[in-house]
Design a protein around this ligand. Structure first.
Ligand code: N2P
Length: 362
């Protein structure tokens, strides 16, 4: 009885809203980055239909944003890309009067994001995470020994070590602005350096280990790790945990670990923003406010295993997640995390040229 009543109410509310608005919201988000029922709930609550497309690269999103007329109402750039795109006039300022759920957000984290968007004028934090290493516990132990502790970028960047793992499959993110700084950091250079010589040194290190890398891709590693088709992946925290969880569900005997290497790692923030030419900015605000609901954000974190910046949601997030140092890093690990660098156009060209060389050997 209770069920029927609820369904009837949702149907009624939805019908009313659709009549009132007849609106479609176009969302462009990262793949594997939302709970199964988030969109359904949004439509039920607001009557706004959603088309939902996905990408797995900031460069792909950026090309669409700079070209303009993407047709999207809400997109999710990482904060360094966001800053550059704001400077290019890509995003509309938020109308904060339409975002009462901003009160739920963690002030310290939003202040951190304000380093890329003064006053948080254009964007709010969707999820955040780190770029570390996912690995198949048994496959790595088999090749490096049971006592080998996986805690260092040497797993990838020491050519002798990665050579021992090459046969079971190593993948790197196809994300030059994350991979080059990781290599630079391993060499003892600043991961935030924009010095051409430092970037070249990072690329040279990557070229040295290139023969040990099976592929560069930023989403395929989730299923490959989960199925045991690869055994090491530089990846994003929540995605590796999704692999871990999928393997557990499949009961296929694959055990996955995620490590923030002791040398440090990138901490990034993915931001909800509204393109200046969004067809439906009002619905976009309604959506961003909906996402900032404590329960909705908690549901997403509980499904995608990424940390969020919604203080009000924390008591609703599974303890298994809040207590995992791979998702919410310890104070000790935090001290070694670095923030993303915003590259100017010239450095950006250097990076993409180096990246082509790393990937293709040319
Ligand atoms: C989700 C990847 C989001 C993290 N699959 C990249 N910023």
């Amino acid at each position: 009885m209770k069920y029927r009543l609820t369904t009837a109410l949702i149907a009624l509310a939805a019908a009313g809203a659709v009549q009132a608005q007849d609106t479609v919201l176009h969302v462009y988000n990262w793949s594997d980055y939302i709970a199964e029922d988030t969109m359904e709930k949004f439509t039920a609550e607001t009557g706004i239909e959603v088309t939902y497309d996905v990408y797995d690269s900031n460069e792909v999103l950026e090309a669409k944003m700079l070209a303009g007329s993407s047709g999207y109402d809400v997109v999710v750039p990482t904060s360094d890309f966001l800053q550059r795109q704001i400077a290019a006039g890509v995003y509309a300022p938020l109308d904060k009067s339409m975002l009462p759920n901003l009160a739920n957000m963690d002030e310290a984290l939003m202040d951190g994001a304000a380093a890329y968007d003064a006053g948080n004028e254009h964007a709010v934090i969707y999820m955040w995470g780190t770029t570390g290493i996912g690995y198949n516990v048994a496959a790595v132990a088999e090749r490096l020994g049971d006592d080998y502790e996986v805690d260092s970028w040497s797993l990838i960047f020491d050519p002798e070590i990665s050579a021992k793992l090459a046969d079971c499959g190593i993948s790197l993110l196809d994300a030059p602005t994350e991979m080059l700084p990781a290599a630079m950091n391993y060499l003892g250079l600043s991961p935030n350096s924009t010095d051409k010589a430092d970037l070249e040194a990072g690329a040279a290190l990557l070229e040295t280990v290139r023969p040990n890398i099976r592929y560069f891709h930023s989403s395929q590693y989730i299923s490959d790790l989960a199925n045991g088709d690869t055994c090491v992946a530089v990846g994003w925290s929540g995605d590796v945990f999704q692999a871990l969880y999928r393997a557990e569900e499949a009961e296929n005997g694959v055990e996955i670990g995620y490590v923030i290497p002791k040398e440090g790692a990138l901490q990034w923030f993915d931001m909800l923003a509204i393109p200046a030419d969004a067809p439906n900015p009002e619905a976009a605000h309604t959506f961003i406010n909906f996402i900032m609901d404590a329960q909705i954000t908690a549901d997403i974190t509980n499904y995608v295993w990424y940390a969020n910046a919604n203080a009000a949601s924390m008591s609703l997030v599974d303890e298994e997640i809040t207590s995992d140092p791979g998702i919410f890093p310890t104070e000790e690990a935090k001290a070694n995390l670095w923030a993303s660098t915003v590259y100017d156009a010239r450095t950006d060209r250097t990076i993409s040229r180096l990246w082509t060389r790393v990937k293709t050997g040319q």
